[in-house]
Write a protein of this length. Structure first.
Length: 260
């Protein structure tokens, strides 16, 4: 309710700030480096990382400083295994865009998928209903084409702390980020093999990149460690069942979104 009230009451200011931001925010390049690789040695784990600019590490100069490489190295160390990884993504992708990228791109077989998205759904004002529908299609595609067992969706960070966003736009974006995360967590609980990861508390103004919008290498490292800790039990058959929430009964989308 408060999001809808804010949209009406603050619309002229928010939209003016958003237009100005699109015209002035620096466009950072996608980081250099390979988008496939192997970290560590031992019994193999296959991982797909897909998503938007945060998935591919914008804000870092190279993949070694982005999300994919630190995450796979952390997993390889914790598991004492070889992590074979593939990165699929592009700056600016919404949930629909990630679905299209996976649909038309070449994806390798994998055990686990990490899907990083949501911020562009917010900035393009994609409805939660539509975004979650596309995320459901991403889940189906990854199961069918890559044989993925577990699909992990991190939450959107607290956008209100992004230095690039002036208030009240920052406050408004933060409300939408929280709303996205609550809805995504409830949606994920409807599927035993789909998981929402809370990454709140990591984003800070001093940990953002040069554009004030994307993570710096220091923030990517923090996020990678949290994600590795979450993914770790999913890779261990002896412990994974006890760490997973019980499958909730299916509920209609209207009820899923009713309290967001």
């Amino acid at each position: 309710m408060i999001v809808h009230f804010a949209r009406i009451a603050l619309a002229p200011i928010i939209y003016a700030q958003a237009r100005r931001l699109r015209d002035t925010i620096p466009v950072l390049p996608e980081p250099e480096g390979l988008r496939t690789g192997v970290a560590g040695s031992g019994k193999p784990l296959r991982l797909i990382i897909a998503g938007d600019s945060s998935a591919i590490g914008v804000g870092a100069a190279t993949q070694d400083e982005g999300l994919a490489v630190p995450l796979t190295r952390a997993l390889a160390a914790k598991l004492e295994s070889a992590v074979h990884w593939q990165l699929v993504g592009k700056t600016g992708l919404t949930s629909e865009g990630v679905l299209s990228q996976l649909t038309h791109g070449e994806i390798q077989p994998a055990d686990i998928a990490l899907v990083v998205l949501g911020a562009n759904d917010i900035t393009t004002e994609t409805s939660l209903r539509r975004a979650l529908r596309h995320r459901s299609e991403i889940v189906s595609l990854l199961r069918e084409r890559a044989g993925v067992t577990h699909i992990v969706f991190p939450g959107v960070p607290e956008m209100q702390v992004f230095p690039a966003l002036p208030h009240p736009l920052a406050w408004y974006a933060g409300l939408h980020a929280s709303r996205n995360n609550r809805a995504q967590a409830r949606w994920a609980r409807q599927h035993r093999d789909v998981h929402h990861v809370d990454i709140s508390g990591l984003a800070r103004a001093d940990l953002m990149g040069a554009d004030g919008y994307h993570p710096s290498p220091a923030l990517y490292a923090l996020v990678a460690n949290r994600l590795a800790d979450f993914i770790l039990p999913l890779c261990l058959p002896a412990t994974a069942p006890s760490t997973l929430p019980p499958q909730a009964p299916a509920i209609e989308m209207d009820k899923l979104l009713s309290t967001t």
